[in-house]
Design a protein. Structure first.
Length: 320
């Protein structure tokens, strides 16, 4: 089933006035997979997702869901029961004065689900999200994590085959974020296709495939393992010492391509003829920085994103 293409975006561009939100984007999403749209705020993730979900009119290019053209109103209407869209923002699709139960019941009624069947579905959703003890609590009095669980229940009540989630875990605490992603895995395991946007690189690593987006363009596409395998350079972790001084010293070393801080360490990528562990340590000592631990490392998703962003920026500069 994963070989079957569920959503296909071909050469899509989209603008808001003079601002180009998407620039010739193409991506294929296999059925039954979790695909992450990864990038910072304002790079076009929400616009792309809304086009996939049929909540925004296509300006240029083509979007197909289950082989049907989403530019047609008849297609969007026909697929409204198969595609669900959970917008960005804590509980944005909720009614604050309605209870947990009432919110889900309202969304179920929108899709014409019979009352008897509706009750069974709601009970299953509440149990799956551990919201059953809070069924009578108003949505406005829920925590951020609970609001997102409720929003997910509302999006899933009509049993969609495609679930589009726009930054669903942004703004919630780490524990709730972990719980939310555990729920997404269970949903995917039932055959649902999930498209999720996120600015968090650790969430990207939980997806089957990711599309890295920068300034409206896809700069990296593939599974997390595939993207990491394409990292073209050696990379080292440098810890210890003063971070600001370490970054300043290493950025001036010949053969260093990039040097970025990651928590208490910095990651340093170098050219093929650039310095190794010994060379980097010597460069630091020459700058008066002692006691640093330099080790070669395997790049992570964030390292790859930084490198691809730099390459895209260099390409753009060259084109100018």
């Amino acid at each position: 089933m994963a070989d079957e293409i569920c959503v296909e975006v071909t050469d899509v561009s989209h603008s808001f006035g003079k601002t180009r939100a998407l620039d010739h984007v193409s991506i294929k999403i296999p059925r039954g997979t979790t695909v992450g749209l990864v990038g910072a705020d304002g790079v076009g993730k929400s616009t792309l997702m809304s086009l996939m979900a049929g909540t925004r009119i296509i300006q240029s290019g083509k979007v197909e869901v289950f082989g049907l053209d989403m530019s047609k109103r008849s297609t969007r209407d026909a697929l409204s029961h198969k595609v669900a869209f959970m917008p960005q923002g804590l509980g944005r699709n909720l009614y604050k004065t309605l209870s947990v139960m009432e919110n889900i019941n309202f969304h179920a009624s929108l899709f014409g689900i019979p009352r008897k069947e509706r009750k069974a579905r709601i009970e299953r959703l509440l149990q799956a999200t551990a919201l059953d003890p809070f069924a009578d609590r108003p949505a406005g009095k829920l925590s951020g994590g609970m609001k997102q669980k409720l929003a997910l229940c509302c999006a899933r009540v009509h049993n969609p085959e495609v679930l589009c989630l726009d930054e669903p875990a942004t703004g919630v605490d780490p524990v709730s974020r972990k719980e939310f992603w555990a729920m997404l895995k269970k949903i995917k395991d039932r055959g649902v296709t999930i498209v999720v946007s996120t600015p968090y690189m650790d969430e990207a690593s939980l997806c089957d495939r990711i599309a890295m987006i920068l300034d409206g363009s896809v700069i990296g596409l593939g599974s997390p393992a595939e993207i990491i395998s394409r990292f073209p350079n050696r990379i080292y972790s440098v810890s210890g010492g003063n971070m600001f001084q370490t970054l300043g010293a290493l950025r001036g070393v010949r053969g260093v391509l990039d040097c970025s801080s990651f928590g208490s360490a910095c990651h340093v990528s170098v050219t093929d003829d650039g310095p190794d562990e010994t060379g980097l340590a010597e460069a630091l000592r020459s700058a008066g920085i002692e006691g640093c631990d330099v080790r070669r490392m395997t790049p992570g998703i964030e390292d790859c994103f930084i490198r691809l962003s730099s390459s895209a920026a260099e390409g753009s500069s060259g084109a100018e």
